[in-house]
Design a protein around this ligand. Structure first.
Ligand code: IPD
Length: 308
């Protein structure tokens, strides 16, 4: 019901704030602002670029405990629990599910590049209904709930940039800012994921319109290192397009909730080859490939959907 969802939203927002505070405290220790050298955590390696810190694990344990205490019947899917095999056989199905990345942008956090955050989503009937993203180093707190709008720092409706924004032209995403992540699959094979990403960077940025004359001459090409923040930035209107192949559900669920609530589009397609034809409606969590397109008009929250 509406009341139940409101209560879950309020709980998720508070959880995002508390977990963000934990993340900020841990970052301060990393910076040497507080604590001692001995307190500096060590970094474990899943592989050369897939890293986990004690902060990822501590924050996930905290969030999981809060959720399972308050909502024992809900399913919990967290990046760190999954990596350790605890919920390896989960499916995002009709069960009310919490999908959590306690620290998205772990490499950024390790290097103190400020694009890192806590990312929490609540999913029902396979749809991300609530998204909360707290990037404490940036003072950016994103939140959304189905049909209630998406917000930055709880007061500014998303997208921020709308005057209004025209829709992207189908096959020529010039004049936009494009974001694509490197991901963790760095196999150097000609048809591998990494090469496709490099190709899409080149296609977007090339002076002569990219391969086959499609794409080309975007204003900027970016790579933040946090998939969920990429999606929040598309929801803001700061990025026009984000694309990544190789995502897990916890990398994208909260960002998708926020993006959709801001009026943006999410699909499983490649830029710029087939995004105009992509089936926008049938995007499912569980895909590894996502393409996000920024909202094309004013915020749904500002056009009267809020409070309905
Ligand atoms: C990663 C980040 C990165 C993306 C990877 C993710 P993590 O998450 O979102 O930007 O390229 O696909 O796994 O490991 O920092 O939580």
């Amino acid at each position: 019901s509406k009341e139940e969802l409101d209560e879950i939203y309020a709980f998720a927002v508070q959880l995002g704030k508390d977990a963000g505070e934990m993340l900020m405290d841990a970052a301060k220790v990393r910076m040497g602002d507080v604590g001692t050298q001995e307190q500096k955590e060590h970094v474990q390696k899943e592989n050369a670029v897939d890293l986990v810190t004690e902060t990822d694990e501590n924050i996930e344990a905290f969030i999981k405990k809060q959720i399972t205490t308050k909502y024992p019947s809900h399913k919990f899917v967290g990046e760190e629990s999954y990596s350790k095999g605890a919920s390896r056989h989960y499916l995002i199905d009709d069960t009310p599910t919490w999908c959590v990345d306690p620290l998205d942008g772990t490499v950024n956090y390790i290097h103190l590049f400020p694009m890192f955050c806590v990312s929490i989503s609540f999913i029902h009937a396979s749809k991300p209904l609530i998204g909360v993203i707290n990037a404490p180093f940036l003072n950016q707190f994103f939140s959304s709930c189905a049909d209630r709008g998406a917000f930055l720092n709880e007061t500014q409706p998303l997208p921020l940039l709308h005057n209004p924004i025209p829709p992207l032209p189908a096959n020529a995403p010039s004049s936009c800012v494009f974001s694509c992540e490197w991901g963790k699959d760095r196999r150097d094979t000609p048809d591998g994921n990494m090469h496709r990403k490099i190709e899409s960077f080149v296609n977007m940025a090339a002076e002569v319109g990219g391969r086959d004359g499609r794409g080309g001459m975007v204003h900027g090409v970016r790579s933040l290192g946090s998939a969920t923040l990429d999606l929040a930035y598309v929801a803001m209107g700061a990025f026009d397009i984000w694309w990544e192949g190789g995502c897990w559900e916890w990398d994208v669920a909260a960002g998708i909730a926020i993006l959709q609530e801001a009026g943006g589009l999410i699909t499983t397609a490649n830029p710029p080859e087939d995004y105009a034809r992509a089936p926008i409606e049938d995007v499912r969590l569980g895909s590894r490939l996502y393409l996000a397109i920024r909202p094309a008009g004013p915020s749904p929250a500002e056009t009267g959907r809020e409070g309905q």
